[in-house]
Design a protein around this ligand. Structure first.
Ligand code: 13P
Ligand code: SF4
Length: 302
């Protein structure tokens, strides 16, 4: 079937079923084109909370669908490919976090949104890369904090806030593989370009960047300054939104896709809407516990 026909069928099914398609900026252009809403992790959670659709199709990774399911227990949350996981979320299992917590009594637990529902349920508050500095700055100054699972984001938060949170030793394989050598080569070839990086990148990448932030923060910076050239140190897909909004902008792309994010295809999305599966759900008691730190995050993000 032609992509055009598939896209039409997808849109028709959304209308018939009162379904909304939410997509992360790392999705392929095809998926972004057919989505009702595109955003970073924070915006996807906020949008899930406010939608009046009966069905949410999350074209993102599994924890994003789980977060939507926790926030919207009365809605059906679907994901086109249920194998779309996250190496960072996988690096922190709930039993290991529980042991870390028990070894550090009196510590607050701050968890990155890239975690399972079971990890969130053990946390005092959740953060995304879009609100982490704001939220950590609001915690009591004298409170000791455990932060996980991303050691790069945790180090960045510590540097920016002056805190000394204990860090879980996890990372995102997509961002951690950017090398300083490659970045310096790109900078030498494009001396006029500004460097955009995600805080999941290693210190040497962030230290050589002009703008550091969530996918939405990076995209919005370019939208506000479209006359400049940019080296993009995050996963593929943000370039699509940037070029859509700012045609003619010069991007030096690093061609580094998140393979989990790219598991979703138009075919899988169509089948998902037709069959209303796979469903992502969270057991009620676990969802109740995981909801508290997510709600606190959304409240503190206002
Ligand atoms: P954002 O919240 O910045 O979109 O990041 C999500 C993510 O998974 C980054 O790797
Ligand atoms: Fe997870 Fe990294 Fe993919 Fe983001 S880019 S979803 S942190 S594996």
């Amino acid at each position: 079937m032609q992509d055009k026909d598939i896209k039409q069928q997808i849109r028709d099914l959304c209308r018939q079923k009162n379904a909304v398609i939410m997509a992360h900026y790392y999705q392929s252009p095809d998926i972004q084109q057919v989505a009702d809403f595109i955003g970073d992790s924070l915006a996807l959670a906020q949008q899930a909370q406010r939608t009046d659709a009966d069905i949410i199709v999350m074209c993102g990774v599994h924890f994003m669908a789980e977060t939507a399911a926790i926030l919207c227990p009365d809605k059906k949350v679907l994901i086109p490919d249920v194998a779309a996981g996250c190496s960072l979320a996988d690096s922190c299992q709930a039993a290991d976090l529980r042991a870390w917590k028990e070894a550090h009594p009196g510590h607050l637990v701050v968890s990155y949104v890239n975690t399972s529902a079971a990890v969130k349920a053990l946390s005092d508050i959740v953060v995304t890369s879009g609100n982490a500095l704001k939220i950590v700055n609001r915690l009591p100054q004298d409170a000791p904090v455990l932060f996980g699972p991303d050691r790069n984001l945790g180090r960045y938060i510590n540097e920016q806030t002056g805190r000394q949170m204990d860090l879980w030793n996890g990372c995102c394989h997509v961002h951690d593989r950017f090398s300083l050598e490659h970045l310096l080569k790109l900078k030498a070839e494009n001396p006029e370009a500004l460097v955009l990086s995600h805080p999941e990148c290693r210190k040497e990448i962030v230290d050589n960047s002009d703008v550091v932030g969530s996918t939405a923060v990076l995209i919005n910076y370019v939208k506000a300054h479209p006359e400049k050239a940019y080296i993009v140190m995050t996963a593929d897909g943000v370039d699509y939104e940037i070029c859509r909004a700012c045609p003619g902008v010069r991007l030096i792309n690093t061609e580094n896709a998140c393979e989990y994010m790219r598991m979703h295809t138009l075919d899988k999305l169509l089948r998902c809407l037709q069959t209303e599966s796979p469903v992502v759900s969270v057991e009620a008691e676990l969802a109740k516990q995981a909801l508290l730190p997510i709600q606190k995050m959304l409240e503190w993000s206002k």
